[in-house]
Design a binder for this molecule. Structure first.
Ligand SMILES: [Zn+2]
Length: 363
């Protein structure tokens, strides 16, 4: 196990190994990119490299020393996160959230702070600062990973400014963000920005064939398209689940764009009374469908993601106007921004369907 076993853009891998090998190891990194592109993996690997006792090369990690063996392995990370979150649900029934800030220990020195509820909490921010200023054992180095920092409330981002500016000598912070532009400018200016670009399709194809050999070739092709260069997505995406959710969205789109039955929209949006995570997934599917309609309308049918529904989408692409499509994308953007500010969820979907429908009627 070393950097070479991890699928990351070579330039990013070199930069991170360089940080681990360098003298100035206390940093705040801002790792950004789409979900599944490798932000957590990068931070985790850097944490291992910063703690490795016998690096095979400067800035690398061996996978065999005392420190490396304390990491349960890449395949265990997802299960560790899920376990921590379900334990959390039990825990908050009997205790105040503030009493035990949510954190997941992936290694004695590598801690991960998933949003507690919808966002990173103030109690978690305080815990991050407390840990960072604790001196670890000699030769050890804190790696504190904060996913979704772009969605943290500004008050919470502000609370960490001083720490981000100058982490103590034995601590590295990794802030992960899908939309770094949504961070406070004062946060961005204090971080070393490391954007993670998507992987090229041929690289992903070769890698996916070894990681998910059980997937049929045509499904693998669709997975590659849906993953959009994000290895984590290609690994975790459940095609059956995707198709089931998409079916509901197809009905919603059909009703919204093709008919004038307003009354049919509401029972459909009822089905979309979803949790925040589910809304993100649903929106992602809807984006992919709208994107495909744009591709089909502009004659780039080989680029579509939902390649198993080509016929249906081609039919729609012929009937939908450019204006309707543009509006649907714009409204979806607006819906997501609203949802992140906790708009009433079902109402928001109804509003989306209605606005698009009204534009269709006017077109
Ligand atoms: Zn090691």
């Amino acid at each position: 196990m070393s950097w070479s076993d991890i699928l990351l853009p070579p330039a990013v891998r070199e930069q991170l190994a360089g940080l681990a090998a360098g003298a100035e190891r206390n940093r705040t990194l801002l790792l950004s990119g789409p979900p599944g592109v490798g932000k957590t993996t990068s931070a985790l690997a850097l944490g291992l490299a910063l703690n490795c006792r016998q690096p095979p090369a400067p800035g690398d990690f061996c996978g065999a020393c005392l420190s490396c063996r304390e990491f349960a392995g890449w395949d265990a990370v997802q299960a560790q996160l899920e376990q921590a979150l379900s334990y959390r649900q039990e825990q908050v029934r009997t205790r105040a959230k503030e009493a035990a800030p949510l954190q997941v220990r992936l290694h004695p020195q590598i801690l991960y702070f998933p949003p507690d509820g919808d966002f990173l909490s103030m109690a978690q921010a305080r815990e991050i600062a407390r840990l960072a200023y604790l001196r670890p054992d000699p030769g050890r180095h804190w790696m504190l990973i904060v996913p979704g920092f772009d969605q943290a409330r500004w008050m919470v981002q502000n609370a960490l400014l001083k720490l981000l500016e100058e982490p103590p000598p034995d601590a590295t912070l990794a802030l992960l963000a899908v939309q770094p532009a949504e961070l406070l400018p004062t946060v961005r200016s204090r971080c070393l920005a490391i954007p993670l670009p998507p992987q090229p399709e041929p690289v992903m194809a070769e890698w996916l064939a070894t990681r998910r050999p059980e997937v049929r070739a045509d499904d693998r092709h669709m997975l590659l398209r849906l993953a959009q260069g994000a290895p984590g997505r290609a690994l975790s995406l459940d095609l059956a689940d995707w198709r089931a959710r998409r079916q509901t969205l197809f009905q919603l789109l059909q009703a919204t764009l093709m008919t004038s039955h307003y009354d049919r929209l509401f029972p459909l949006t009822e089905n979309l009374r979803l949790s925040k995570e589910e809304i993100e997934i649903t929106a992602e599917i809807l984006y992919s469908v709208l994107q495909d309609l744009l591709y089909l309308k502009s004659g780039r049918s080989s680029a579509i993601q939902n390649s198993d529904s080509r016929e249906r989408l081609s039919g729609w692409a012929r009937e939908i106007s450019w204006e309707q499509l543009e509006l649907a994308v714009e409204q979806l953007d607006r819906l997501l921004r609203g949802l992140r500010r906790n708009l009433h969820r079902t109402l928001a979907w109804d509003a989306w369907a209605l606005r698009v429908r009204m534009a269709a009627a006017g077109a």
